[in-house]
Design a protein. Structure first.
Length: 276
């Protein structure tokens, strides 16, 4: 066996890990002032090293509730790199200073309900706009749709996340309990696609206010998806989650885990915020 492990890179997309830590202020208080400075320098240099790694992003943020103190969101292709970075971040301020409070592993993925060119041509260009297949207007509409979907899939699979100040993460699954009449996995694909189309319509109303990243975690963690919301105003996070609760796909079929809300901060400000 080779000393270097074979890369674990998905055929498409990136691995994503959300990490949440409590700061042990008791342990931190035992360090001398020079040890504290050295620890903060060590973590700062590690964050810069990770961010300089190819195709890798690392968000740092303070958690707004006592569920945790510090949050990291890490995106990178290779699972080996991801887990190595996670272990080093955990020890970034020294042994026993950061205690894991929660973590979540997922992958960027394309939605199985994404509209295809064929569907768009048939349902929208012909069905709604009354265009003739093969006409100049039809071909122009199809080309514009293909370009729009290219950008959409690029964001889904290989996102570039902004430094917007508010960040929210929560895991979710679709209901499948056998005793419940609302079993998502017993629905026909066409019915599921129709419900998801309405859900997506709600989300698009927040374009420019909310950047939403849905990552898949079936077989990777306890829920089926991770949802990350980035915003400039926490009111928009509250509004989109509230409005989507009324969509049938959420009202009848969604199950949610805990919500983690935080504020993206540079490390020097993050240290101050968590009293380090």
């Amino acid at each position: 066996m080779s000393d270097t492990p074979t890369a674990l890179v998905p055929a498409e997309g990136w691995h994503v890990m959300h990490l949440f830590y409590q700061v042990d202020h008791g342990q931190w208080s035992l360090l001398s002032d020079s040890e504290k400075r050295e620890a903060k320098t060590q973590l700062s240099e590690l964050v810069q090293e990770i961010r300089s790694h190819k195709d890798t992003q690392l968000l740092t943020y303070a958690i707004a509730t006592p569920k945790a103190d510090i949050g990291f969101m890490l995106l990178t292709p290779d699972l080996h790199d991801l887990t190595s970075f996670e272990k080093r971040l955990t020890l970034g301020l020294g042994v026993d200073i950061l205690t894991p409070a929660y973590s979540y592993l997922s992958q960027t993925e394309r939605s199985e309900y994404t509209t295809t060119s064929e569907q768009y041509g048939k349902d929208t260009l012909i069905g709604e706009q009354g265009l003739t297949e093969g006409s100049e207007e039809y071909e122009a509409g199809l080309k514009e749709f293909d370009e729009r979907m290219k950008h959409y899939l690029q964001h889904r699979m290989y996102p570039v996340l902004p430094d917007w100040p508010a960040i929210c993460f929560y895991p979710m699954s679709k209901r499948r309990a056998t005793h419940d009449e609302y079993n998502w996995y017993s629905l026909e694909f066409e019915d599921r696609a129709k419900l998801m189309k309405g859900h997506a319509t709600t989300g698009r109303r927040y374009a420019g206010k909310i950047l939403q990243l849905i990552t898949g975690s079936t077989g990777l963690d306890e829920y089926e998806w991770g949802v990350t919301l980035l915003a400039k105003d926490t009111l928009d996070i509250k509004a989109i989650v509230y409005e989507m609760r009324f969509d049938e796909v959420s009202a009848r079929y969604a199950e949610f885990g805990d919500f983690y809300i935080g504020m993206q901060l540079p490390l020097n400000e993050l240290f101050k915020r968590v009293c380090l």
